[in-house]
Design a protein around this ligand. Structure first.
Ligand code: IVH
Length: 659
């Protein structure tokens, strides 16, 4: 980036960051997540690092905390309330260690604690009694919130081990995720505005002017520091002492002998993170020996002896470089944002679907926009919103093309829907996507037929539709780029090992609109053979659980279309046999429900595994269900399964069971 461009971007970023900081710290009404704000700050920091001459003392990279509210009495902190430097990977930790070892040589042990996403508070005890409590404020001056803090049961009003003089304890006020949900449900019923996140409730509650209001909020507290008044030698000792004094401490802290051990701990905790009952946004590493920490001192706003390792954020900001319109197997046109690559939840994201034109218009996403990307675990990345304040001048709203971007045929709006479709069923993109869908893991499950190969086969005129695959010869494949005799032979063998397919999988492979894995299985189990399926009425379809009028009509129309008659004839010619759904198997008689993300496996793949083992998959939780597989970010189904006391499996347990 050129300096002038950087200068403009820096100014815009500072303005935007300041706006969100004000919403977050002063009004407690954030509009974007902490992670998205961090991401903007990181872009600013990177630009300032690249162009140090553009850094100014009033840049948001140069300050701590928020403004005290005028309603509260102000309190000067005896010791400045510092913050921590954030790092995002193990290399940053290694560099941090090296920098410190340059100042004080030797090997360090680290005391590592969960980093609780709450609100920092300072508690002052005099002769063992709680005297006052203050927020961080700007680090030097905070707000006196003693009246509210006294309502929090987790905070002792007197220390269990009596100590004379002043003792200052610092820690984090937070609320449980479950309490957050409960409070929001309650507020929704009362038509009150919802809280953005648990941290937000904690912050809002301790700044209530009326302590009765604060008392109603289920606030909790973890102590993380004895700032003054008790001599201690190490963080480990401090942690133990805090408990003896009567404080809860972040659970499961660990003393690590080296960064190698720290890394193991990080990996283990990062996996458990979403299962914690409270929000954890990373780990805090503290050099265990306090004499080293004291000697290392402070740099800027943070002590050198401690650092925050932030877990891969689930949100980040980046720039939309292009909006490309893709054509799917049913001809639906999908706008996809091509992004400047950005790390989200541990992977690099460079594309995100914008779903349809309504969605693009509602979010007003344009080329050149800075957008917030959300991705939780292995859930598909999504554009949450665009930040219009960072929009380049002269940008125009996005419009869908009037013709198919692939085959140039006219497009048509689906009646009553938001979908726009390419009207040419022979469109290259539609053909490719239909084939990829049919041979995928939930259909014929043919290995080795990726996007590139299918595209080449279509371009070379070797295939037009799925049944053509069974007529391919080794010689045909050897013409294709990257194919040798052996690989050609392997693929032909693989294709011919898939001449028999269960009726359910066949229905999925056909790609009938609205017919997914579960519906296909229910239809296959009810009607057993394709002949029966073709001979029944839409009303018969509707008798199957979970099949409504829409699916029934779609099924009926599809099964009686010319296209279907033709395809069936072709499958017959190439000797693909459709066999009834397996009813017996190790899981026969067992019903599964899947909820949340399952890690390496997609949910559809998991469903097919159950069906293949003779089990059944349902879409709703009820007494008839035997197992509920609850992955990450599971919603109400997971909760209902608990209430009904059903057998709950983690994705790992499911994998073991299936294996
Ligand atoms: S030690 C100089 N330990 O995270 C501050 N902080 O981003 C020393 N936090 O300001 C902090 N959990 O408000 C420490 N186990 C923990 C923590 C923790 C959450 C907060 C704290 C701190 C902020 C830094």
């Amino acid at each position: 980036m050129k300096k002038q461009e950087a200068d403009e971007r820096i100014k815009k970023l500072r303005h935007e960051i300041d706006h969100h900081r004000y919403l977050y710290h002063v009004l407690d009404e954030p509009e974007i997540s902490d992670a998205a704000l961090d991401s903007l700050k990181k872009e600013l920091q990177d630009l300032e690092d690249e162009f140090p001459e553009l850094q100014t003392p009033d840049s948001p990279t140069q300050r701590v905390g928020g403004q005290p509210l005028p309603e509260f009495e102000q309190v000067s902190h005896t010791t400045r309330m510092l913050s921590l430097q954030d790092v995002f990977d193990i290399d940053d930790l290694k560099q941090w260690e090296k920098r410190n070892q340059k100042i004080i040589p030797g090997s360090y042990e680290y005391f590592v604690e969960l980093k609780i996403d709450g609100v920092a508070i300072s508690l002052m005890y005099e002769d063992g009694r709680l005297q006052s409590a203050a927020t961080r404020g700007d680090g030097l001056v905070g707000e006196n919130v003693t009246h509210n803090i006294r309502t929090i049961e987790a905070i002792p009003l007197f220390l269990r081990k009596h100590s004379s003089g002043r003792v200052e304890i610092r820690g984090e006020i937070y609320i449980l995720k479950a309490d957050f949900k409960r409070l929001n449900t309650q507020r929704a019923k009362e038509d009150l505005p919802l809280f953005a996140n648990p941290r937000n409730i904690a912050a809002g509650s301790i700044r209530q002017l009326d302590p009765a209001m604060a008392a109603k909020r289920p606030l909790r507290f973890f102590a993380w520091e004895i700032t003054e008044g008790v001599p201690i030698k190490s963080r480990q000792e401090e942690y133990a002492l805090l408990r003896e004094l009567g404080f809860a401490v972040p659970p499961n802290a660990r003393l690590c002998k080296s960064l190698i051990e720290v890394k193991e701990y990080i990996d283990a905790e990062e996996k458990k993170r979403l299962k914690q009952p409270f929000q954890v946004d990373g780990l805090v590493l503290k050099i265990n020996d306090l004499s080293i920490t004291t000697r290392l001192g402070v740099v800027g706003k943070a002590p050198r002896g401690s650092i925050a390792y932030k877990f891969a954020a689930e949100e980040a900001t980046t720039v939309v470089e292009e909006i490309v319109v893709q054509v799917g197997r049913t001809g639906a046109l999908t706008p996809v944002a091509h992004l400047r690559p950005v790390q989200v939840a541990g992977t690099t994201v460079s594309r995100a679907t914008l779903h349809n034109i309504d969605e693009v218009q509602r979010k007003d996403v344009r080329v050149g926009d800075t957008v917030i990307i959300h991705k939780a675990g292995d859930i598909i990345p999504e554009v949450v919103q665009s930040l219009p304040a960072l929009r380049p001048a002269g940008s125009k709203p996005f419009r869908m093309p009037k013709r198919c971007p692939v085959c140039n045929s006219p497009v048509a709006h689906e009646e009553g829907g938001v979908v726009i479709r390419c009207t040419n069923s022979q469109c290259f993109s539609q053909q490719r996507e239909r084939i990829l869908h049919a041979v995928g893991r939930v259909g014929f499950d043919i290995e080795g037929l990726g996007e590139k190969i299918v595209e080449q086969m279509l371009q070379e005129g070797l295939i037009e539709e799925v049944p053509d695959l069974w007529e391919l010869t080794e010689g045909d494949l050897q013409q294709l780029e990257g194919f040798a005799e052996k690989s050609a032979n392997n693929l032909v063998t693989e294709i011919h090992s898939r001449t028999q397919i269960s009726l359910g999988r066949f229905l999925v492979a056909l790609g009938i609109p609205h017919v997914g894995v579960v519906t296909a299985q229910d239809l296959a189990r009810t009607f057993s053979t394709l002949d029966r399926l073709v001979s029944v009425t839409p009303e018969d379809f509707e008798r199957v659980e979970g099949v409504g009028a829409k699916v029934a009509t779609a099924m009926y129309q599809y099964l009686h279309s010319k296209e279907m008659q033709h395809l069936l004839k072709r499958y017959e010619q190439v000797k693909v046999r459709i066999v009834p759904e397996k009813k017996n198997g190790p899981l026969s008689g067992k019903t599964f429900v899947f909820t949340g993300s399952l890690g390496e496996m997609t949910r559809d793949e998991a469903k097919q595994l159950v069906i293949r083992a003779g089990g059944r998959v349902a879409s709703t939780v009820g007494q008839q269900v035997d197992y509920v597989v609850v992955g990450e970010d599971a919603g109400s189904k997971g909760k209902k399964a608990q209430e009904l006391k059903l057998h709950i499996l983690s994705p790992e347990e499911f994998r073991k069971l299936i294996a």
